[in-house]
Design a protein around this ligand. Structure first.
Ligand code: SAH
Length: 347
């Protein structure tokens, strides 16, 4: 049976109108689901009884179930969820002082093969449906409601490559952003890509005020090729061209994510080269330096605190807007894919 979660207001309206209903009907049902959190058609009392029966016959409103829940001492919440077909995905919420951002997965496994990432240990099985991404949001809201909190920001930064599952990710964003429902502000929504130029350009043309983060992780092709196979297909030159197009169509600045891996990409020369790349190409990018979350199965080591701060200072000195990402969930498996990898091994 089709899951009605995952329908944006626009799609729900088209669907209901095709069933002979007024446009207003969709707004009512959408409001029940996302505004009031009601997932039972019987409780949508201002919808006619006959249409409620029709909805019950043709649609379900089903959420992923929680397989495992870890809550770290700092309040980070990590969930391992089971989807309808048995596939498992992770999501995490980090308790910042400004709110509760979640990191949503966009695919089951990932085929981008970044050498340092635990998600790549589990090959891509399929993209998630918009319903499954909305499900992650609603389940996290249920967990957070126990603490009087709710999700305030969305980062499509969990397992998977969002631009490899473009349409479903965008449908999910439209649902989360819709004023008639959860109303999560566009500026509170970020999509993170490993660097697929076509997706970057398309995203820039959506006319949304959402954010783009790019997992750069290296200042040149030589280093990037070693750690991100996607770079062999789309070298820096193509990536920069796509970002420039994105800047001019969206008018939005980009964030570069940069994991610091000891002895790989963390020298001061790398910092200089990164600063030049940004300045010489007029990219106006923010740089988010990410302390690497070590993965047991992998050889990569995180950079020392002093290397991180030297790298950070070198960027600042060159006039680059850079921050070091705050770390959360040190006592749980908070890195992308870690919890699922551990769970699969135990089985
Ligand atoms: N495919 C997308 C989104 C998923 S990864 C992308 O590549 O951006 C989200 C971010 O987490 C990426 O920047 C990724 O490189 C980073 N990441 C992956 N494994 C990590 C780890 N062990 N420690 C720190 N960051 C990691």
């Amino acid at each position: 049976m089709e899951n009605l979660l995952g329908y944006s207001l626009e799609r729900m309206t088209d669907c209901f109108v095709a069933r002979g209903q007024s446009k207003f009907r969709a707004k009512q049902v959408f409001g029940w689901i996302y505004g009031k959190g009601v997932l039972d058609f019987d409780k949508m009392t201002d919808v006619s009884l006959s249409f409620r029966e029709e909805l019950k016959r043709d649609f379900c409103l089903s959420l992923p179930s929680i397989i495992a829940k870890q809550v770290a001492s700092d309040g980070t919440v990590k969930l391992l969820l089971r989807l309808e077909d048995g596939a498992k995905v992770e999501e995490v919420m980090m308790p910042y002082d400004y709110g509760c951002p979640i990191c949503v997965s966009s695919e089951v496994g990932c085929s981008m093969g970044c050498a340092f990432c635990a998600s790549g240990l589990l090959k891509k099985e399929r993209g998630l449906t918009s319903a499954e991404m909305v499900g992650q949001l609603l389940v996290m809201n249920q967990v957070l409601s126990e603490y009087g909190l709710r999700v305030t920001h969305i980062n499509v930064m969990g397992t998977g490559e969002p631009f490899d599952n473009y349409d479903n990710v965008m449908e999910f964003i439209r649902i989360a952003n819709c004023q008639a429902g959860l109303a999560i502000g566009a500026r509170h929504i970020t999509v993170s890509t490993c660097g697929l130029p076509e997706g970057i350009r398309r995203y820039g043309k959506e006319g949304l005020q959402t954010n783009l983060a790019l997992s750069l992780h290296a200042p040149n092709d030589k280093i990037r090729n070693k750690i991100m196979p996607v770079s062999l297909k789309y070298p820096m030159k193509e990536l920069i061209a796509a970002i420039k197009d994105y800047l001019s169509t969206s008018g939005r600045r980009v964030t570069f994510e940069y994991i610091l891996l000891s002895g790989v990409n963390d020298t001061l020369e790398c910092a200089d080269e990164l600063a030049r790349l940004i300045r010489d190409n007029d990219l106006f990018a923010y740089v988010n330096l990410i302390p690497y979350n070590e993965v047991k199965e992998m050889k990569w080591k995180r950079s020392s605190k002093s290397s991180v701060s030297a790298f950070h200072n070198a960027l600042l000195k060159k006039g680059i807007n850079a921050t070091v990402r705050k770390e959360f969930g040190g006592d749980i498996d908070a890195a992308c894919g870690q919890l699922r990898v551990k769970y699969e091994k135990q089985q």
